[in-house]
Structure formats: C-alpha cells, structure tokens
Ligand binder design. Structure first.
Ligand SMILES: NC(=O)c1ccc[n+]([C@@H]2O[C@H](COP(=O)([O-])OP(=O)(O)OC[C@H]3O[C@@H](n4cnc5c(N)ncnc54)[C@H](OP(=O)(O)O)[C@@H]3O)[C@@H](O)[C@H]2O)c1
Length: 243
C-alpha cells in the first residue's frame, strides 16, 4: 500500500478527472474513492486514459453503511464504474449502527475478498472496540482503519491500540482546517525550504501513517507527493504533535 495516496472527496466530473490525471502523472499510485463520493467513474476514466497498468495502482473504495445487506451489488457497481476486476482495498465507510449489522457486513466483505473481488478489506471511523467485535465474530482483523488524522486531531493511544491489533492506520483530512500560517509550522517549513502542507504530510509519513491528501490544484497535487527530500527532526515532530 503506497504510503501517500490521492484523496478524492468533494471532487466530481471533469474537475475530478483532471485532478486524478494530474495525480497519476505526478506519480501517485494510490487513489482513495468511495461509493458516496460519486466519482468512481471519473477515477476509472482517468486511470484508463493514463495508460498505466492496473497492477501498478492501489485503488481503495468504500461501502456506505446504508448499503448494508447489499454488499455484493455495491462492490459490483464500484468495479463497473472503476473499470476494474478488483479493488486493492474495500472499506466499511462508517460503522452501521443497527445491532449486529457491522458483523454481517464484515462477513460479506470477507466472502468477497475470498472471491478476489477485493484484495484487502478494512474499516473506517471504527474504534478499537468496534474492530474487536468484528475480529471476535470472524477471527479476521480489518487490515486497515481509515480515521481522521491531523495536527489538531490525532491520538497516540488510538495509534497504539490499532498497531497492537495489526491494523494499518490510514489518516484522512490531513490538511483540512489546518492553520498553514501558524508561526511554529511556518518556521519549520522555512527551515526546510518546503511548504507548511508538506511539513504536515511529512509528519504523517514519519509517524508511519498512510496519508491521502486531496487537492484539485496541479501544483498542490505535485508538492503534496514531494515529501522525501527532507526529514523532520525528533524535536520538530514533537513540536508539531504538541501544537
Ligand atoms: N473515510 C472517511 O470518512 C473520510 C472522510 C474524509 C476524507 N476522507 C478521504 O481523505 C481524503 C483527504 O481528506 P479531505 O479531502 O477531507 O481533506 P485534506 O486532504 O486534508 O484537505 C483538502 C483541503 O486542503 C486543500 N489543500 C490541499 N493541498 C494543499 C496545499 N498543498 N496547500 C494548501 N491547501 C491545500 C484543498 O484545497 P484544493 O482542493 O482547493 O487545493 C482542500 O481544501 C479525502 O479526499 C477522502 O479521500 C475519508
């Protein structure tokens, strides 16, 4: 799973198509979409037109909890829109609230994984206890939990609890709501000759969190992937985590 992915929430139509083409041209090989984003067809078209081999790409999509009970149809619709035979990762977008529904959806996910329609299965917005309920019911741990992770919303205890369970942590909304001009952040960015957004995303990478920034602007798309020419010191990591 590439550690940086391209987020696609709140982009649709030609804007989504262009942004995903730019992302693929820039070197992103991991795309994060969802049934709820209504842009899987644009992802599929952009991938096809990029000329890249399917095997080079890591595509995630998600089942909305309202589709509980219709897992096979939902995945089949996603695959058709995406123009692919499988997704690399399929997530339960949020925990379904009806009693027992989460476990039932999880069993269906495992069955569809065994058929090869998704290579890996996981969850999003789940607590460790909600994950334990799925594992207890089936013996199968979700491979990923996609959760909010940003300077203003991160939780070392959650990270430790998920790692203890062998769950890969994927952080969403890394930049949403960030105060990119905050003096501490700006100071660190200036010291490394990078942008504040790059500092935040590098903080995720150094913490071992898979991160999926979204942008519809080509320069931002490119710079959000350009995170490997500098490294934050331990003191900077601590300062950012405490901000
Ligand atoms: N599982 C879930 O429940 C869930 C929930 C939320 C998000 N997600 C996933 O996570 C992805 C990322 O989260 P997100 O879309 O909420 O937000 P995000 O990636 O944290 O931030 C996107 C915002 O930051 C701006 N931005 C991006 N790069 C920038 C840069 N270099 N400098 C300044 N501003 C920049 C974007 O504006 P422009 O587009 O105008 O550049 C946009 O307003 C989503 O797209 C989606 O795939 C999942």
């Amino acid at each position: 799973m590439p550690v940086i992915g391209f987020g696609t929430w709140q982009m649709n139509g030609e804007q989504a198509y262009d942004a995903i083409r730019w992302a693929l041209a820039a070197g992103y090989r991991h795309i994060d979409t969802a049934t709820a984003y209504k842009n899987e067809a644009e992802v599929g078209r952009a991938v096809r037109d990029s000329g890249l081999d399917r095997g080079e790409l890591f595509i995630t999509t998600k089942l909305p909890p309202g589709n509980a009970g219709r897992e096979r149809q939902t995945l089949s619709d996603s695959l058709r829109a995406l123009g692919t035979d499988y997704v690399d990762l399929w997530l339960i977008h949020w925990p379904p609230r009806r009693s027992g529904a989460s476990e039932r959806v999880w069993r269906a996910f495992l069955e569809l994984r065994s058929e090869g329609l998704c290579r890996a299965v996981g969850v999003s917005n789940y607590s460790p206890e909600e994950i334990d309920a799925l594992t207890g019911a089936t013996g199968q741990v979700p491979q990923v939990n996609q959760v909010p992770w940003s300077l203003s919303q991160h939780d070392p205890a959650l990270l430790a609890a998920l790692r203890d369970r062998g769950v890969v942590v994927e952080g969403y909304s890394p930049l949403r709501g960030a105060r990119l001009t905050a003096p501490a952040l700006a100071g660190i960015a200036e010291a490394h000759g990078v942008s504040a957004a790059q500092v935040i995303l590098r903080w995720h990478v150094q913490m071992g969190i898979v991160v999926i920034p979204k942008s519809v602007h080509r320069e931002r798309i490119e710079s959000n992937l350009d995170l490997f020419g500098f490294a934050l010191t331990e003191a900077e990591m601590a300062q950012l985590s405490a901000a």
